[in-house]
Design a protein around this ligand. Structure first.
Ligand code: ADP
Ligand code: ZN
Length: 213
């Protein structure tokens, strides 16, 4: 399957992507994970992205398109992909459309995960992430077995730099201004699948039903 996952920070894009990749061998492509790995490794890309990320602002469209142009042509994309956190702006969505036409790929849909703002805020402040493998935990509903240590890889499980209250509120504003318009964009493209995303399992069922049609 080839899907775009839309939704506010904390809507569950990463969780849903992981559940879906386990179904059919498609890969999860998270621009946030790619950027965080680059920051951690101290690469040129990481240096260019770091300040914007820390403030909860978006990284430039050019930088993101450079990453995605290469990423979507890697061999593991042959079995499909779930785009998590990309596209994030109308120019990215337009550039993606051109890129997909160039490489003759066709999307199965753009899934909009709808979650009420109070649920989002609660999820983001309690979310913890493994800095080595990107696994996501929640201090209340899904803590790692050993505090601060990833169940999957043993890496450190911490609160992200951009999950302070101030950065979270900024990320939600940026989302409402720059990313929410993508719902209308994909509706016009005839690709939108709008889902109530309070439960990740229900989301997976709704996507399966959509794909079977
Ligand atoms: P979230 O949990 O907010 O969805 P991500 O892990 O997707 O966070 O992204 C973290 C940060 O990385 C964003 O706040 C932004 O600075 C940067 N980023 C990720 N994807 C993009 C993108 N497609 N365009 C611009 N910036 C991006
Ligand atoms: Zn891990």
């Amino acid at each position: 399957m080839r899907l775009i996952l839309l939704g506010a920070p904390g809507a569950g894009k990463g969780t849903v992507a992981k559940l879906l990749t386990a179904m059919d061998g498609s890969v999860q492509i998270s621009t946030g994970d790619i950027l965080r790995a680059a920051v951690k490794a101290g690469t040129e890309l990481g240096k260019q992205a770091e300040a914007a990320m820390k403030a909860g602002e978006l990284v430039s469209d050019d930088l993101i398109m450079g990453i995605m142009k290469e990423r979507l042509q890697e061999a593991d994309c042959k079995n499909g992909y779930l785009l998590d956190g990309f596209p994030r702006t109308i120019p990215q969505a337009e550039a993606l459309k051109v890129l997909l036409a160039d490489i003759s790929d066709k999307l199965d849909g753009a899934v909009n995960l709808n979650v009420p703002r109070d649920v989002i805020l609660d999820r983001l402040t309690t979310r913890r992430t493994c800095t080595d493998c990107g696994a996501i935990y929640n201090v209340k509903s899904n803590p790692p077995k050993v505090e601060g240590k990833c169940d999957k890889c043993g890496g450190p499980v911490v609160q992200r730099d951009d999950e302070t209250e101030e950065a979270i509120s900024n990320r939600l504003d940026v989302f409402n201004k720059q990313t929410a318009p993508l719902v209308g964009f994909y509706e016009k493209e005839g690709l939108l699948l709008d889902i109530n995303a309070t439960s990740s399992d229900a989301v997976v069922e709704a996507i399966k039903a959509h794909l079977a049609k």
